[in-house]
Design a protein. Sequence first.
Length: 221
Amino acid sequence: MIRQCAAGVLLSVVLSLALLVPPGAPLVVAAEPEDRPSMPALGRGVFLIASPLLFDPNFRETVVFLCDYGVEGAMGVIVNRPTTVLLSEVLPHVTVLKGTPHLLFAGGPVQPTGVIMLFRVAEEPPGTRKVMTGVYLGGNLETLERLITKPAPAETFRAYAGYAGWGPGQLEFEMAQGSWATVRADPTKIFAQDPSELWSELIQSLRGPQVIRLEPAQMGR
């Protein structure tokens, strides 16, 4: 189930890639009192949490950080699938990566041979796009090299092979089918938390009656 996002939404991302890449029980919104929180609307800077019964292997037990969203579609990166591949092996021309332990993450099934970077920095680097406060998407080599050699406190990055993309109306349809729930994104969960624990932790937070409930009986309706 590889999703394709509209070209207009991804233009700036595709341009940035050239800098780096060398040749089902649905989740159901519960009836909730006015004083209880609801799931945030789709938009930049939210997490998409895969339903426990979303069995598509591309997105099984994934957390997607939504980086762009609009009438032309949506795109994001899976933030909880680290690979065993060293980033230095993927980007051998970036010499400062040699000998570092940075791993490549599997960002999604679209253009899996491309590399997308998320930076956590205080100021927006050139050639990137702001996703949320302090988090930027792009492929700025100077920023990457600085974060490896002279990072400021709390500054970091992650690299993703590929991305997840949706055309117009596709993500909304999947939300209506109960494939995803939304949670406000937290940069700490992207850059610092053990990715193997992220999906299960967020699913547990969603099981509370104040947010959603799981209703297997609705399968097949």
